[in-house]
Design a protein around this ligand. Structure first.
Ligand code: PRX
Length: 630
């Protein structure tokens, strides 16, 4: 696959992708290994919605990630794995070895009864076996559902049950910074309410004591001894599902965003090569976890499709100290580095002494993803990490978009701090006003929609197509609605301003306020709660919870702690509110709707302009809430 080499070429390609999308995508797709070529490039309508790419094309994504590289890159390192503890030895896995390991684990899955179309849940630490298991599912045509290993037993069981998974792959425990956690205990708890799981395959990572259930649990290493390394890839239709990944929305439970084989494959490699301007032999490191979409597309699929060397990191940025990222960059001479603003802000606090110890001269491109990057963090990243020599790519996209949508192309698109810049070829963003009318021209602001399909877009929400339609395609008929607000400046550059729905972005993780409220309400003494986001120096947004108790006299710090442990149990530690305020009521309109605008203002500490409160059922509650805050 070629990549764009100059800004004028970008403009040409962009124009071509809009004037003749079929020809444009046909050209990109033809660089892959297809078992059978597609009949037509695209059929679509956004009402149902129904989107089909590379119709009747047959392929297997793992042949494109692995087999097709074996002639020329068999001995090239595919994955470098850096463990949590720097004293433990890192691992390097070549394309040939990765191919063999994936085939072996594919056979393990088959031996456990897995077949095409099954859903397999992966709940694992950031170890190479997670990437191997992901690819093994894809090789046999099973749909992987990776659940971040920080989620609670309840959250894991909800996700397993929503997708009716029949196999779970996990590990005994995991290391994260100073902590060691017993994953298998969480799994055992979750599986009590997961009747569809027949097999649980357990990787030995920490060697800690766990219990294995007869007839259900088996060890990865023992299963591995029983199989060989030959596994033909299942032939998949371009529109067969590849994976489901759960993400939060403004209402209800997290939904399983579903991505399909052909389109996702084409866009994962296309966007990886172009945004990062990947060159053969570049060493690439994305610090995300494979439990999130960034890890799926830009640790596993994109980089492996491109035949690059991708680093997987098990640890955290501040362990054993705040120099860890830079130590790893020096150690492996990383060229392309991709992380989140929250990590940058967290490291910024430690000053530059942890950076100055390391040689970062290999770095060429620095990526940012997951939330708006504030100007201060952008400057710090640019000066201290990039030494004013690297390109910063602020990449905007979502679980639902599958790949990067709006971003500078490294060393090509002009950089403007805090701007995600311009859409990739094939991506047609537009801004709309509250009536759904497109806002044309520049120097404007509105809600961000996409008006034409792109290959890696969401096809459905697992088991509930109506929900997909309602959430993404109904607000503005005929368009995909992102849930984000956005400004287009006088140069036509896009700046994402944040969510316009009831979703908060905490350290780059999406949290539905309703989901957190439901978790808090599980505490027996809680009657009702309302959750809003507020600006947080490191996390971007923090979680502020207003809680009504059965008996307000029971309010205490102890109860706050209990509520935090309830939410940890219901969702996981990432959903813990930063602040809990006990209140006797919530500002509701006569129709019973909570006026979150007011709660947001109070949480932000800005009570000077609360706007019109005359429609509130009980306006006096506002004063009480403000007072309680002081
Ligand atoms: O609000 C946007 C924000 O993250 C949301 C998507 O979250 P998720 O599906 O978890 O995917 C995160 C990683 C792709 C978006 O709706 N977001 C993501 N990237 C940016 C961003 N906001 C501003 N700038 C970005 N570069």
């Amino acid at each position: 696959m070629d990549k764009i080499n100059s800004f004028s070429e970008y403009q040409e390609q962009y124009k071509k992708s809009v004037d003749n999308p079929d020809a444009f995508w046909s050209e990109q797709a033809s660089t892959f290994l297809w078992k059978k070529k597609w009949d037509r490039v695209l059929d679509w309508e956004f009402k149902t919605p129904s989107v089909n790419w590379f119709i009747n094309g047959k392929l297997n994504i793992t042949e494109n990630c692995l087999d097709r590289h074996l002639d020329t890159k068999a001995d090239k390192t595919a994955i470098i794995w850096e463990p949590n503890n720097p004293d433990e030895k890192h691992k390097e896995i070549t394309y040939k070895e990765l191919h063999e390991k994936v085939c072996r684990f594919s056979n393990v899955l088959k031996a456990n009864g897995a077949k095409k179309g099954d859903r397999i849940c992966l709940y694992m630490p950031m170890v190479p076996e997670l990437a191997i298991a992901t690819l093994a599912c894809a090789r046999i045509g099973a749909i992987h559902s990776v659940v971040f290993a920080g989620f609670s037993a309840k959250a894991l069981s909800d996700r397993i049950n929503d997708a009716d998974c029949n196999i779970l792959v996990t590990s005994d425990g995991l290391y994260r910074g100073k902590k060691q956690m017993c994953l298998k205990d969480i799994v055992d708890d979750a599986l009590q309410t997961c009747p569809t799981i027949n097999s649980c395959i357990v990787l030995q990572r920490t060697g800690q004591q766990i219990t294995m259930k007869d007839g259900r649990d088996s060890w990865w290493h023992e299963e591995d001894e029983l199989v060989n390394s030959i596994c033909d890839a299942e032939i998949m239709d371009s529109e067969d599902p590849l994976f489901v990944l759960y993400t939060s929305g403004s209402t209800g439970k997290p939904k399983g965003v579903q991505h399909h084989c052909g389109g996702y494959m084409v866009y994962a490699e296309y966007s990886f090569r172009n945004v990062f301007q990947y060159n053969e032999d570049d060493v690439y490191w994305c610090t995300a976890d494979i439990g999130w979409i960034t890890g799926h597309t830009y640790i596993v699929y994109g980089p492996l499709l491109a035949g690059s060397t991708t680093i997987m990191f098990e640890g955290v940025p501040t362990y054993p100290d705040a120099g860890r990222f830079w130590e790893v960059c020096e150690k492996f001479k990383v060229n392309l580095f991709y992380t989140a603003p929250t990590a940058i802000r967290a490291l910024q606090v430690y000053g530059t002494e942890f950076i100055d110890k390391y040689d970062l001269s290999s770095l060429k491109t620095l990526g940012s993803v997951g939330e708006p990057i504030n100007e201060e963090a952008w400057d710090w990243y640019y000066k201290n990490i990039g030494k004013e020599n690297c390109w910063i790519v602020d990449t905007w996209w979502q679980t639902e978009t599958g790949g990067i949508m709006i971003s500078p192309l490294a060393h090509i698109t002009k950089m403007k701090p805090t701007f995600a810049a311009l859409p990739l070829p094939g991506i047609q963003p537009c801004l709309v006003d509250p009536d759904g009318k497109e806002i044309l021209g520049n120097d404007v602001q509105g809600n961000l929609c996409i008006k034409y399909p792109w290959p890696s877009m969401i096809r459905t929400t697992y088991g509930d197509h109506e929900r997909c339609k309602q959430v993404y395609f109904s607000t503005y008929p005929g368009m995909y609605f992102t849930g984000d607000g956005c400004r287009r400046d006088e140069d036509g550059f896009y700046r994402i301003t944040g969510r316009v729905d009831d979703v908060i972005n905490v350290s780059g993780h999406r949290m539905g306020t309703a989901e957190v409220e439901n978790g808090i309400n599980e505490h027996s003494r809680v009657v009702e709660s309302a959750v809003v986001g507020f600006p947080h120096e490191i996390k971007g947004q923090g979680i502020y919870a207003y809680v009504i108790l059965e008996d307000i006299n029971a309010a205490s710090d102890n109860l706050r702690k209990e509520i935090l442990s309830t939410i940890t149990k219901e969702i996981g530690p990432i959903a813990k509110p930063d602040k809990i305020q006990f209140v006797s009521g919530l500002p509701k309109t006569r129709s019973g709707k909570i006026m979150r605008r007011i709660l947001r203002k109070v949480a932000e500490g800005d009570t000077s302009s609360l706007g019109d409160t005359s429609t509130l059922l009980d306006p006096s509650i506002v004063a009480e809430i403000i007072e309680g805050k002081v």
